[in-house]
Design a binder for this molecule. Structure first.
Ligand code: FAD
Length: 310
């Protein structure tokens, strides 16, 4: 059995594995796709102390750093069930989709999250070429340009306010008849001179010139009329979904499916920790996920040294 089994090989999982391996304890990392969301990212300009890198490059560095230590990496394997130990200090079990089963004294859950997509023509083709999901990450790339934000919930309206300070113009597009964001955010948004709000609008297509985004098409849901807006960027803000479906019933989750953790990264089950985008931690970013993974690892080590010798 492992002392620590890390489930998830993104920035949070990689950091956790390095921290526990450096304690000399038996560490395994199970990942469906080592590198996680970083693999889907192009320019990264907020990885502190590295002014510019690219996702696939950072993912390769993450993997190399983990491989510098004695860590069992089980890549391209998906966990589909977690069975917490029956007794305190006992072994937790992680079942894999392929039927195998792994046991560990502590588990660190770092299965990350995925942005909900619009699923319209052009969205996939222009990802990283104008279609973006993270305003903190990609906002500055659109300095002085025109962008749209899709989604009028809190994250969409926050993104629109944030972007309005950087870009030339923001069009906020909401499917419903009203925005759903908190009133204070809506008031702030309405006060900004370079923001237009369009409600009852269904985005139907992302248009481009083959290289980059040139606009979007939407349908007015009241009149059925079709419209087109010329712009350079589209921020999709219709939800970040944690990859925690497989954890239902095993650890405490919020209504939105985020793993509930305390300030040491421990879940509702003793000896099971969690870190990164899959958890309730505010702000989903690479440096934050790495910090959280390191914290969860130190907490797991702390838990292990307090167990009665077997
Ligand atoms: P993830 O990176 O999501 O990794 C999750 C890991 O868990 C993966 O290895 C995955 O395969 C694995 N996994 C999931 N389910 C299972 C399962 N059931 N069994 C086994 N393994 C599983 N952040 C920045 O700071 N700067 C940026 O510039 C930036 N740009 C971004 C651009 C894009 C397009 C996207 C999508 C995100 C961007 N982010 C950026 C956000 C950043 O990538 C995330 O905050 C970060 O990757 C979260 O790390 P994580 O380890 O928590 O999760």
């Amino acid at each position: 059995a492992f002392d620590v089994l890390v489930v998830g090989g993104g920035p949070a999982g990689a950091a956790a594995a390095i921290y526990t391996a450096r304690k000399g304890i038996r560490t395994g990392v199970l990942a469906e796709r080592f590198g996680g969301q970083v693999l889907d990212t192009m320019a990264i300009e907020n990885f502190i102390s590295v002014p510019h890198t690219e996702g696939p490059k950072l993912a390769a560095h993450l993997e190399q750093h983990v491989k510098d230590y004695d860590v069992d990496i089980m890549n391209l394997q998906r966990a589909d069930k977690l069975i917490p130990a029956a007794q305190p200090g006992g072994l937790h079990e992680v079942r894999l989709e392929n039927g195998a089963s792994l046991k560990a004294r502590t588990v660190i859950l770092s299965t990350g999250a995925r942005w909900r997509q619009m699923n319209v023509p052009g969205e996939d083709a222009y990802k990283n070429k104008g279609v973006a999901y993270c305003p903190h990450c990609d906002g500055p790339l659109f300095k002085g340009k025109r962008v749209a934000v899709i989604g009028g919930g809190n994250s969409g309206v926050e993104a629109a306010i944030d972007l309005a300070g950087i870009v030339a113009h923001v069009t906020l597009i909401e499917y419903d008849t009203d925005l759903r964001a908190d009133a204070v955010l809506q008031r702030k948004l309405a006060s900004l001179p370079n923001v237009q709000i369009i409600t009852s609008a269904l985005t139907t297509e992302v248009t481009g010139d083959g290289e980059k985004v040139t606009g979007l098409k939407y349908k007015d849901r009241n009149h059925g009329s079709a419209h087109e807006i010329a712009l350079e960027g589209i921020f999709v803000q219709i939800g970040l979904v944690p990859n925690t479906e497989w954890l239902k019933g095993a650890v405490g989750l919020t209504q939105r499916g985020e793993i509930e953790i305390d300030d040491r990264g421990e879940t509702s089950q003793a000896g099971i920790f969690a870190a990164g985008d899959a958890t309730t931690v505010p702000y989903k970013q690479i440096v934050i996920a790495m910090g959280e993974g390191s914290k969860a690892a130190l907490s797991a080590f702390d838990y292990l040294i307090r167990l009665n010798p077997a």
